[in-house]
Design a protein around this ligand. Sequence first.
Ligand code: AMP
Ligand code: ZN
Length: 465
Amino acid sequence: MKLYNSLSREKEELIPLKENEIGMYVCGPTVYGPGHIGHARTYIAFDVIRRYLEYRNFKVNFVVNITDIHDDMIKTANKQGITIFELADKNIELFFKDLDLLKINRATNYPRVTQVIPEIIEMVKSLQEKGFAYETDDGVYFKINAFKDYGKLSRLKIDESKGKTRVDTDKYDKDNPMDFALWKKAKENEPSWESPWGKGRPGWHIECSVMSKKLLGEQFDIHGGAKDLEFPHHENEIAQSEACSGKKPFVKYWMHTGFLNVNGEKMSKSLGNFITLPELLQKVNPVTFRFFISLIHYSSPVDYSEKNILQAEKTLQRINELIGKLIDLNKSSEVKETPEADEVIEKERTEFIEAMDDDFNAPKAWASVFEFNKKMNALIDEKKIGKHNSENAVNLFKEINSFMDVFSFEEKEELDSNLMNLIKEREKARNEKNWSLSDKIRDELKLKGIELIDSKDGTKWRKIN
Ligand code: AMP
Ligand code: ZN
C-alpha cells in the first residue's frame, strides 16, 4: 500500500512502526460554534482512510483532538454569557450528532486541551530546560533558530540573520518574529491555569504535540489535517515534538486534505457563503454529502455547489438501483450461475482495492464501480445473473460499504394488497390520461402514508410519516 507523504513529497510504501498497527492523529475542530462543511470534508476523508486501513487489516488507533481553549472560544463564550466549558460541551454534542448523521465513526479518542494542561506545562518546561524555549513578558516562546530542522515540512527557507537581530518593532521582544507562543500569560478576565510562569494558558500548537504523545507515543505513523495547517501549525508541532523527544521523525507520514470551497470561492463568514453542518443537513441528505466527498481524492480541493450535489445524488441512486435489483435477483432468479458474472465481480474487487491501495485513489476506485455498474446491468438484461452471482455482487458492495458507508441495502418493503391495487389502478388511470382520477388516487394514497414518485422509468412509491 502506498501513500503520499507531504514531508518527503513522494508516494511511499506504508510500513507502520509496529507491524499491522497504525497510530493516526488528525487535528480536530475548535468548538466555538457548530461544525461547518469544511470540517465535514476533512473528517469524512479521514474516516474513509481510517476505515479502509481497518478493511486492510490494520488495527488503527485514531485520535482527534478537540480545541476547547482558543481566542475565539473566549470571545464567543463572553458574548454568550457562558463559560468556555459550557460553550465547548454544547458544540461538541452538536458536532457528534452531525458526525453520526454523516456516518463518521467515532475516533478511538477525542482528548480536550483543557484536560491536558499539566502535561502541556511539563512539555513547555522541558523545552525551556533543553534550550528550545524562553520566557518573555507575555509568555513562553519556542526559539526556532535552536531547532535546525525548522521548515522541513513546508520547505521554508529560514533567514538565519533574522534570528540574531532583535526586531525592535516586535512588542513582545521575541528573539525572532517567527518564534511562536508555547504558553500565553493571562490577560484580565481570561480563563487561566497556574504555571511556573504565572497564570496563563497554552499557545495553539503545543496541544497537538502533547496529546499525540500522550495517546500515541513520541513517534507515530500518520498525522493529518487540511492543507491550511501544514504551515505553521504542523511545522511547529514537528519542532516542539522532535526538540522535546530528541527522536525523529515525530511523524512518519503526513497527510493533508484539500480545502473545501463554495461555488468556487473560499468559504468565509464575511463572504456570506459560510455553511454550518446543521444548515447543510437541513437541505442535503447526509449520505449524499458523504458520497459527494468520497468521490474526490482526499488531497484535492472540493467545490461544493448544489449542482455538484445533485449530480452525486443521481450517481449514487444508480448504484443503489443496481444493488436493489441484485437483492431481488438473489431471492427470485432462476438463471443458472454464470462464471462470466463472477469474473466481472472479482475483477471489480481487484481494481477497487488496487486504486485505494494507491494513495487512497477513490476517484479511480469509483470509476471502476461505474464501469462495473454498466456491465452488471448488461448481464442482468442478458439473464446471466444467478442467485449466487447476485449474492457475490451484493457482498462486494457490502465490503466497499464497510469504509465508504453510502449504499442502501434495504429490501423493498411489501405493501398490503389493497394499497398495491390502488397503485395499479392509478397507473392505469395515468396511462389512460385520466388525470383527475389519477390525482384523486394519488391524494388518497398520501393520506394513507404512501407517496408516489413518477419518473420516466415508471412510478415508484415510498412510505411517509
Ligand atoms: P478548525 O476548527 O478551523 O481548527 O479546523 C479543524 C480541522 O478542519 C482542521 O484539520 C482543518 O484543517 C480542517 N478544515 C477547516 N476548514 C476547512 C475547509 N474549508 N476545508 C477542509 N478542511 C477544513
Ligand atoms: Zn494540530
